[in-house]
Ligand binder design. Structure first.
Ligand code: GTP
Ligand code: MG
Length: 203
């Protein structure tokens, strides 16, 4: 895929205000601070497009970006708000759940959700439960282990295998899993190729 540019379209708190569902779309979700916005910027080669921050809870709305490609159809890339952010009130946590669940249910052009987890941590309850909800809802997703530059190469392989085994033990199978780094651009081509395939399969 040859990306020409990516532009921010709008932020929403409800699916009804989002751009028309006339382009294929993928979305990024995961624990607050896991690196969703950084990964988006890395994929489209545009630092500062999605706002990043060292403070968890930066992205609190559904953010749409349009990715313009050289040949073929443009697509939407969506930065969803993070979950599991400790300093958030119970009611805001409920709002997050409602907003995202509603989004996943209603957004018909959303082809796949990329669930991001930090490669430095073992599989965590919150992420597992979130993915189990997706499985129950039969919502297509793949898993991205982020911030691989923080570990040595061998540790990356070990962490990947450990995560995969945990999921296989629980579910009998693991989703498509990728490793990324917004720093080193690791995983960029793989993720973009996967997106291309997803959109083509759907035609
Ligand atoms: P929220 O919007 O708060 O949910 O966070 P987010 O998931 O969008 O994370 P964001 O991209 O803002 O990144 C959080 C912090 O992690 C920032 O300080 C980033 O610079 C850092 N970070 C993100 N990705 C990477 C990575 O691949 N490698 C390293 N070393 N740091 C990263
Ligand atoms: Mg963010």
């Amino acid at each position: 895929m040859h990306i020409l540019d990516a532009v921010f379209l709008m932020s929403n708190t409800n699916v009804t205000g989002c751009p028309p569902a006339n382009l294929p779309e993928v979305a990024f979700i995961g624990r607050s601070n896991v690196g969703k916005s950084s990964l988006i910027n890395m994929l489209v080669n545009k630092k500062g497009l999605a706002k990043t921050s060292g403070t968890p809870g930066k992205t609190q709305t559904i953010n749409h970006f349009e990715v313009q490609v050289k040949k073929g159809t443009n697509w939407y890339l969506v930065d969803l708000p993070g979950y599991g952010y400790a300093k958030i009130s119970k009611s805001s946590r409920g709002d997050w759940k409602n907003m995202t669940r509603h989004y996943l249910k209603e957004r018909e052009n959303l082809k796949c959700l990329f669930v991001l987890v930090d490669i430095r941590h073992e599989a965590q309850k919150l992420d597992i439960e979130f993915m189990e909800q997706l499985i129950n809802d039969e919502f297509p997703f793949c898993l991205v282990l982020t911030k691989a530059d923080k570990l040595k190469e061998k540790a990356v392989v070990d962490a990947y295998e450990k995560y995969e085994n945990t999921l296989i033990e629980r579910w009998g199978d693991a989703p498509t899993m990728l490793v990324s780094s917004a720093e080193s651009q690791l995983g960029k081509d793989q993720i973009l190729n996967l997106i291309t395939t997803l959109f083509e399969e759907d035609k």
